[in-house]
Design a protein around this ligand. Structure first.
Ligand SMILES: NC(=O)c1ccc[n+]([C@@H]2O[C@H](COP(=O)([O-])OP(=O)(O)OC[C@H]3O[C@@H](n4cnc5c(N)ncnc54)[C@H](O)[C@@H]3O)[C@@H](O)[C@H]2O)c1
Length: 328
């Protein structure tokens, strides 16, 4: 088990990871945030006095940090990760890896030459619904897959109802917000994990609502994978009733998955099966942390969620064929 874990950014996801790390038995959790009041309050909650808002203080007091988790707004992931990688610290980097490709290859090289374990936080790989769906697809129940409709969204002000959405990273371009980088970083990873590498990209991003944000609130993508599967996907910040679902059409029928209602329906001509699965909102985060700890303990440089996954997802998200048609 890791002895010393540093959490950079103690907002929503950073706090979740810290609580989970404690649950998993990490002895020393160091907390870092620029918001001293927030980090102090949270340190009290998890009963630690190791909270910081200066990197110098962290490293003058601690020389033996096993790993760090980068949970700052997306535009800071690369800068934070590069700094820590140069100090030889293993990294868990929240998605997306970065918001720009500049400096990404340098980080990949540093991770490689320093033989670090790095992992990108594509938590949906550990989501009960996607795991069940992957199992069903592996069993080839609907034969050859032709196309997929993958759709979802949630009204941005409802994400964190106690906060003003206009101040959140997801609403701000300079912090790496917007549907594409925030939500679709999951979408692209899941699509490739289930249906193969994306080879053709086309899309639009747009702002359709009056939300007070300077980023797109909707993205529509049409993709093709190396398995010749067409993916039509759209996500937004607009849905008053959250949606997250997928319809997969194959030669023997179709599969409908609702990731909010936690069921998967397999429809064939004379056969219809509904599979309901158990769901726990924290399960995927706990599992992804267990996976990360295992990769660090075995000093794994080549694993399923390595830094090159993050680089590849980012390259797709930033592909110039995704056109910005915002009228703002
Ligand atoms: N994998 C997932 O399922 C998942 C879920 C939620 C968020 N995320 C990702 O995690 C990141 C953070 O999201 P969040 O919802 O926790 O945001 P948040 O706004 O709740 O938290 C961000 C924290 O970072 C702090 N911060 C800002 N600048 C900093 C700096 N320079 N140094 C240190 N701390 C700084 C803020 O004070 C805040 O406490 C985003 O990149 C998001 O995409 C991933």
């Amino acid at each position: 088990m890791l002895k010393k874990l540093l959490i950079i950014g103690c907002g929503s996801i950073g706090q979740r990871h810290a609580r989970n790390a404690k649950k998993l038995g990490v002895e020393n959790i160091l907390l870092f945030d620029i918001d001293l009041k927030r980090v102090e309050q949270f340190a009290n909650e998890i009963n630690t006095d190791r909270f910081y808002n200066s990197f110098e203080d962290i490293f003058s007091e601690n020389s033996d940090i096993d790993a760090a988790m980068i949970c700052t707004p997306s535009s800071l992931h690369l800068e934070n990760s590069t700094y820590l990688a140069n100090k030889g610290i293993n990294l868990f980097i929240e998605k997306p890896l970065a918001t720009d490709l500049k400096g990404v290859e340098e980080l990949v090289e540093t991770v490689k030459t320093k033989k670090l374990t790095a992992m990108i936080g594509q938590s949906y790989r550990f989501h009960e619904g996607f795991l069940k769906l992957k199992e069903i697809l592996n069993d080839n129940v609907i034969g050859k897959i032709f196309h997929v409709n993958y759709y979802g969204g949630q009204y941005l002000p409802d994400w964190h109802p106690t906060r003003d959405y206009r101040t959140e990273y997801s609403a701000k371009k300079n912090l790496g917000g917007g549907v594409l980088l925030t939500t679709m970083s999951h979408t692209i990873d899941i699509v490739q994990w289930l249906f193969g590498d994306i080879t053709t990209i086309n899309g639009w991003k747009d702002t359709l609502s009056d939300l007070e944000i300077d980023v797109e609130d909707s993205v529509f993508l049409l993709l093709k994978t190396n398995r010749n599967i067409i993916i039509n996907t759209s996500f937004d910040f607009l849905q008053q009733c959250p949606q997250h679902s997928m319809i997969i059409t194959g030669e023997k029928g179709h599969i409908k998955a609702d990731f909010n209602k936690h069921y998967i329906e397999i429809c064939k001509k004379n056969d219809n099966l509904i599979i309901e699965y158990e769901f726990d909102d924290n399960y995927r985060y706990l599992k992804e942390l267990m996976y990360f700890f295992k990769m660090v303990e075995t000093n794994s440089q080549n694993h399923d969620l390595g830094i090159t996954i993050g680089k590849n997802v980012l390259e797709i998200l930033l592909d110039p064929t995704i056109i910005n048609i915002c009228n703002k």
